[in-house]
Design a protein around this ligand. Sequence first.
Ligand SMILES: [Zn+2]
Ligand SMILES: [Zn+2]
Length: 126
Amino acid sequence: MIAEHRKAALVVADHSRDAADCRQLLEALGLAEPAPKRRGRPRGEYGHGIPARYSQGCRCKECTAAFTASAREWRARVRQDPSAADRAGHGKASTYKNYACRCSPCVAANTDRCRAQRAARKARAA
Ligand SMILES: [Zn+2]
Ligand SMILES: [Zn+2]
């Protein structure tokens, strides 16, 4: 809300009889705050064990399992379509893993990633 609007709204609030009166006056003056826009269900209302909840940051066993399963399904689906790997781009470890591309740039990228992961694991263990 713009500062002047806020000031005007406070004056209106001061001169109104009650909350309903205040709201009516603000609406008449075009100063009423628009109702907050919300799309879909509010965050807290989803149960656990769904991939969307995992995407929101929940790492409970059920949500993790649901996300893993949905990622596996997605991977199986995109692997059916060879052009999907082209769209994803070659020379990436993610294309090797997700799209099962075994072209040499993707294989090389995956080898690099495995090497980096191995080194990180070693560093953590030490
Ligand atoms: Zn959860
Ligand atoms: Zn590739």
